[in-house]
Design a protein around this ligand. Sequence first.
Ligand code: PEP
Ligand code: MN
Length: 336
Amino acid sequence: MIIQLKENISAQAEQGIVKVLETKKYKPMKVTTQDGAYIIAVGKTEIDIRKIGGLVGVDDIHRVSDAYKLVSKKWKINNTKIDLGDGVTIGAGEFGIMAGPCSIESEAQIESSIKHLVENGIKIMRGGVYKPRSSPYSFRGLGIDGLKIWYKLAKENGIKIITEVMMAEQIEEMLPYVDIFQVGARNSQNFNLLDALGKVDKPVMIKRGISGTMDELLQSAEYVFSNGNERILLCERGIRSYENAYRNTFDINAIAMLKEKTHLPVIADPSHGIGVRQFVEPVALAATMAGADGVIVEVHSIPEKAFSDGQQTLDYQQASSLFDKLSKTRELVRML
Ligand code: PEP
Ligand code: MN
C-alpha cells in the first residue's frame, strides 16, 4: 500500500504510523521525492486501511498490490506532467517531440541539427555521446567533451537535451549539461544505475528492455521513483521478436496499455521501434493515435553518412514532414 504523508508531518506522527504497520507485520519503507513523502508498506496480512487512513499525519492511503506501486495509476489518477523549464512540458495532454541524430558527431553536425529543430519549432534534441554499441569496434560517442559543446549550442538556441547515461559514475559529470537522462534498452534493468538516477533532480526516460515486458519496465521506473525522483518518462522502442524483416517489433499495444497502467508519460521511439527509415513515419503516427505522450525520432542531415543507425534515420525534409503530420494527428486525437 501507499501512504501519502502530510507535508508538515511530525517525526512522532511518522513513528506512530510505522509502529502500527510493523505490528501488522508490514514492512514500511519511507520515500521522499521532489513532490511528496510516502510510506510504501508491503505485507501479507489483511488490514483495514481506514484504520491507517485515520492516523495523524496521513494525507491519503491507497491499496496497490502490484510489484510496482508509486508509478501505478491505481493511486494517482491524474497523469504526470514533466516540466523541463522555459515552458517545455511533456505529459498530461502536452505532446513532446524529441529529435536529432543517433550519435553526436561534431560541432558542425550539432549546429546544423539545432538549426533544423529551431526552424520546425522543436524544443528537445536527442543524441548520444555515450553509445551502447553491439560491436566494440563501432563508434562509441564523443563523451563528455561532446556533451559540453552540445550544451553550449543548445542553450544559446533554447533547446533542451536528452542523452543516454550508461553508468552511475557518469551521472555527476553529465548532470549540469542534461535536461533528460535516457536509460537505454540495454540498461533498462541496470538497477544500480536506476537507483542512482532516483537520487538526482533531473527527469529520466527509461527505455523498454530489448526483450523486456511492460511490468519489468514499470518496475524499473519504480526503482527511480522509490529512490526519490518522480520525474520519469517511459519509452516503447520495440522488442525483439521472431520477425526479422525489420530490426525490432514496435509494440503498439504497449502504448495503449501502459497509459492505463501508469500515470507517467509514455514516449514512442519509432526509429528503433522498426529500424527502417521508410516506415518510421507511419509507426510514429500510429503510436500517437494509440495515446503516446510524445515521440523520440532519429534525424540527420545526411542519414547515409550518420555514424550510427543511418538506416532508420530521417533526413531533414522527412523529419519536417513528420512533425507536420504529428501535429495534425494530435489534433485528430483531441477531437476524438
Ligand atoms: C538510441 O537511442 O540511440 C539507442 C541506443 O536506443 P536503444 O537503447 O533503445 O537501443
Ligand atoms: Mn540509435
